[in-house]
Design a protein. Structure first.
Length: 396
């Protein structure tokens, strides 16, 4: 089974260049991602927490026994579907109540093709991480991979630095996956672009070491700022990874975005495509030769969020002062004034077209302080938001 799967993965890499793994928390998610072309599945406790409407961090805290949770839903909801692709068991190897060899035997007997070291103590840092390292808990994760490998089971090793990568390679990991942290939100922002660039440095640093030890190991990434196909394409172009494993990117963020967007669609018409803007940001604004249009497009997409002009300048690879001068020259006013004016016009449009209260309109255009919103609205629109709201109600 192990050799057959690895041979199939290598063939898939030759044909399509990249492979995809999906961390799921329910049978519905499993069925959908397999239909979409996932090459393997990971049953992780954090996936179940996501399905419960909770954050992925739940898998790292003592709310429930992680291994028992995975064993339960993994068998009932995923293995029972007979999906014909390998399913990895998210093993909390540092659990002191289990005997690793016996428990891994049980995992194999149940029908799981392999294991993955999740939850991993590698995600902790600071003083708490120092204590965990003194207890050598990550070494328990390495030992679990070594045991599973000896039992002819597949292994996916989450690593967080080059030292862990060396240990996992020595243990015989089949897939080495750089874990970039819990997946960030679902909101587009300039800070995320900068985070992607930092992620590239980290991934290249770790895999440069692993390539010297075992150049044939399958190299993948997981989590952090990488959450959309555009993000993954950017990582493919700038690293030598063989594929991507997603959790929140496949089952939490798409669900959140779909529900939020369909709800907002009844209030606000959204005409811009996020991936188009994100591609432009990652591709380099200089290729599009219009910094000002980029800023205006970004505002149109993100007016409801906090916007940093300095971050936009960094993404565009231009100085803040230069971008500010270009913007004022073309638009006729500075960026702060343009942003406020855009938000007020959007708020006016919302109040006129939708049965939305004034304070809700303020929140929808990025103002948590209604008094400040009302003051700016009257300054730029000429009347109070309440007057627009009352007029709209009277018409309807």
């Amino acid at each position: 089974m192990r050799k057959h799967f690895l041979k199939k993965l290598k063939l898939q890499l030759k044909i399509n260049n990249y492979i995809i793994g999906a961390a799921v928390g329910s049978g519905l998610s499993a069925e959908c991602v397999v239909k979409g072309g996932a090459n393997f599945l990971l049953a992780l406790s954090s996936g179940k927490y996501r399905q419960m409407g909770r954050g992925s961090l739940g898998g790292f805290l003592p709310y429930a026994n992680s291994n028992a949770m995975v064993m339960d839903f993994g068998q009932k909801e995923i293995l029972s579907l007979g999906l014909k692709i390998p399913v990895f068991f998210g093993l909390h190897a540092s659990d002191p109540t289990i005997d690793l060899p016996r428990y891994i035997d049980e995992i194999k007997v149940c029908g799981f093709a392999g294991i993955n070291n999740f939850p991993s103590v590698g995600l902790f840092d600071g003083t708490f991480r120092q204590v965990l390292d003194e207890m050598e808990l990550y070494q328990r994760e390495v030992e679990a991979v070594r045991i599973a490998n000896a039992k002819n089971m597949l292994t996916i090793a989450f690593v967080f630095d080059e030292f862990q990568a060396v240990d996992m390679l020595a243990a015989g990991a089949d897939i080495l996956c750089v874990h970039l942290g819990l997946t960030k939100g679902g909101i587009l922002g300039a800070k995320k672009v900068l985070s992607l660039k930092n992620a590239i440095e980290r991934v290249n640093q770790i895999f440069s070491i692993s390539d010297k030890i075992n150049p044939d190991v399958i190299k993948m990434i997981y989590g952090g700022p990488v959450k959309t196909p555009i993000d993954v394409q950017y990582m493919y172009k700038n690293t030598n990874i063989d594929g991507y494993i997603g959790g929140s990117a496949f089952e939490r963020i798409p669900s959140e975005e779909s529900l939020i967007k369909i709800t907002k669609a009844f209030k606000i018409a959204d005409t811009l495509n996020e991936d188009d803007l994100m591609a432009k940001m990652l591709d380099g604004i200089t290729k599009h030769n219009n910094y000002v249009e980029f800023v205006k497009e970004y505002v149109a997409k993100n007016y409801m969020n906090e916007i940093s002009f300095i971050d936009l300048a960094m993404v565009a690879h231009i100085s803040r002062s230069r971008l500010s001068a270009l913007f004022k020259q073309e638009v006729g006013c500075g960026f702060p004034e343009y942003l406020v004016n855009f938000r007020m016009k959007k708020a006016k449009d919302i109040l006129k077209r939708n049965k939305v209260k004034c304070i809700e309109a303020a929140n929808l255009v990025g103002y948590s302080d209604y008094a400040q919103f009302s003051k700016m609205f009257k300054k730029y629109i000429g009347v109070s938001p309440k007057k627009i709201y009352r007029g709209h109600k009277h018409i309807n």
